[in-house]
Every structure is written in C-alpha cells, then in structure tokens.
Design a protein around this ligand. Structure first.
Ligand SMILES: [Ca+2]
Length: 200
C-alpha cells in the first residue's frame, strides 16, 4: 500500500511537470539582425515589406523589451504571417499618441480570431492570444488616424504546438505546497493501512 501511495504521488508530480513544460516556440527579439528592413531575414514567418528594425534603446516613448532593437511598420496594412498557423502568440507593444491601437490576430482567411485595444501611451504592454485549434496565421496592428507612425513591438513569440491545459494550471502558484500536502496525506494513509489500522 505504501508503494501505491508513492506511485500516486509520482504521477501527480509528473502531471505538474507536464503542465509547466515548454512548447516548441519561435522567438523574435529583433536584436539579432541589422537595423533596417526585416525582409526575409527570419525563417518560419513573413513580415510585410514595411517592417523595419530600429535601435530604440535611447527612446523614452519606445523602449525595447529586450536588447536595443524593436520592430515597427509604416504600413496601414502591416502583417506578420506565419508559414503554418500557430497555437499561441505573445508580444510587447509600445504606443505613443492618444490614438486607437488594436492588435488583431487573424486566421489564414483574414477572419478575426481576437483583437485587443492597447491602452494609450503604453510602454511594452504585453499581449498574448491562444488559438486552441492552432489556426492563428497573422498578427496585425490596426488603428485610426496616423497610428501607423506611432507604435513598435518587441519579443514576438509563437508556439507551434498546443499549450497543455489541465485543471492543475489554475492553482499553479500554489502547486508545489499542494502537491506536498497531497503526498503527505496519501503516504500517511498508505502507512496506516500497511500497519493494519482500520479507518472507520
Ligand atoms: Ca528587442
């Protein structure tokens, strides 16, 4: 019975590790290519022709989230399109003026899966979106007025495999102490059972 308790605990720990395991991911920091047009410098993704990198480390309005460089586009119809649709995308966006900025996530038919309004004058505002069916094909920054001159993004990441979701993820910050408590109870009961103590 004690062995059974240990096995139960090991299975709980294995489940917890499965929750926190990293999925295959692309990461674009924009620090590993020269300042200028992005063009076809990155694999697995196509940036529309107006996308450029910029050394913004001295900029107050557009500080990088990583390294010295960020990316921006002067196009109204700007697009970041993955060769194969992905399951999750995250990025950081900075915007300067009190215009409307929206980050839109599109499927391969340009259908809107999700869009989020960026708060005014944000600096490295985090946005993430998950597509459980893996149909996220394109990321686009939209807005009104001269929005296309007043935003940058950094640290664009995309998951090409689904992110594992199980109930334990909801208590992740407490997962370690919870697992220890469950193991303590399970092994304790198993030891009592092993000693022939009957629990009425
Ligand atoms: Ca960067």
């Amino acid at each position: 019975m004690l062995l059974l308790g240990v096995l139960v605990c090991l299975s709980i720990v294995a489940t917890f590790e499965r929750v926190t395991g990293a999925s295959a991911e692309f990461m674009f920091t924009f620090d590993d290519i020269p300042e200028g047009a992005i063009g076809d410098k990155y694999q697995h993704v196509t940036f529309s022709p107006g996308y450029y990198t910029w050394d913004s480390h001295e900029s107050v309005a557009f500080p990088p989230h990583s390294g010295n460089q960020v990316a921006y586009s002067w196009e109204i119809d700007n697009r970041i399109t993955f060769d194969s649709p992905v399951y999750n995308v995250s990025l950081y966006i900075s915007v300067q003026l009190p215009l409307l900025f929206v980050v839109a996530f599109l499927d391969r038919f340009d259908g809107v899966l999700y869009q989020e309004i960026v708060p005014q004058d944000s600096k490295n505002y985090p946005i993430t979106f998950s597509s459980p069916g893996g149909s996220l094909a394109t990321v686009q920054v939209q807005g009104n007025g001269s929005f296309y001159q007043n935003w940058v993004i950094d640290d664009l990441a995309a998951n090409i495999e689904p992110i594992v979701q199980v109930p334990l993820i909801g208590i992740e910050p407490m997962a370690a102490p919870v697992i220890v408590a469950i193991c303590y109870i399970v092994i304790g009961l198993a030891r009592k059972k092993g000693r022939g103590i009957r629990i009425e």
